[in-house]
Design a protein around this ligand. Sequence first.
Ligand SMILES: [Zn+2]
Length: 340
Amino acid sequence: MKKLFILTVTALLIVCSFSACKGNARQDVKKNNIIIKEESSVESSPSIDTNTYSDVSSTTECKDVFKDEEVEEELEEVKEELEEVEKEKDEATVELVGVNKLRPDYDLGTCKDLSGNVTVVIFYLNDFESSWTSEKINKFTEREVKPGLRFLENSALKFGINLSIKIEEIHSDIYYEDEVETNIKESGYATINALDAAAKSLGYSSDQDFINSYKKKYSTEVICYCVFNKEGNSYALNPKRGTDIDIEEHVLLFAYDIGSTGLEPVGCQSSVVAHETLHLYGAEDYYNPEERKTLAKEYYPNDIMLSCKYFLSLNDFGDITAFYVGWIDDVPNLLFEETW
Ligand SMILES: [Zn+2]
């Protein structure tokens, strides 16, 4: 299977927990993305037609009408999916107005509104060098993911936002065939097809098909985490405004940081869960570039988008992060600084 790696940021905003890299997307990745989208739209319609018309020839007139309606319904669904793809492409190129000029990644992709009820689906993936047990999955979910989500809910409340994030499904025993990129800081590349592989293992035609289905199933937004039981710098994958590459937003998580001693405190990935999830909703890192980092250290020294400290309770949530994710529309003064 062809590897789907992508250089960070120009095409996607991919941000690890402690660093970020910038560069240009590779053309082959662009092609792969487009192929995925074409496959999903092509696969959905012809099979419907074939089955339906072969049935029609041998059934009563009454059933013919019924089948015609089914065909129309299916075609309508395909049409809706195609419109959704076009809409996402339009979003990426739309000119920003007003305060949104200061938060370019807000309201982009499938993760748009971090308020109200939000659904989480977690995929625990195995690969050639790592695997999960039920016990480890339970521990990671309870000690790392859930506290990170509670941090987001509690932070939302401070800004008057009602947020309830619920883990609805956990899937495991999924084997990821390719090599996983664990250190985007070093390589500049990221793995972008883990969610696609996980979705296909559940019988969906693509990651996009999966997310669209789940948005309907739960009538909420859907956040997906793909988690590997090994060392790595976790990163968020989300569309970047101004590019024609679209990817289904999700977070790639690693159970341990690169260079882990095994002595890190329990829950040390929970701040990473919160940090990377915020990227899906438009939050930016405060530690890059250097001038921004200097300002952030002075005004928001404990913000989760700056340092992402091991102990979740040592992190806080500043008004710039709240602005980036759309919880407030008043622009914090620091954002007008040239060096931010
Ligand atoms: Zn980050």
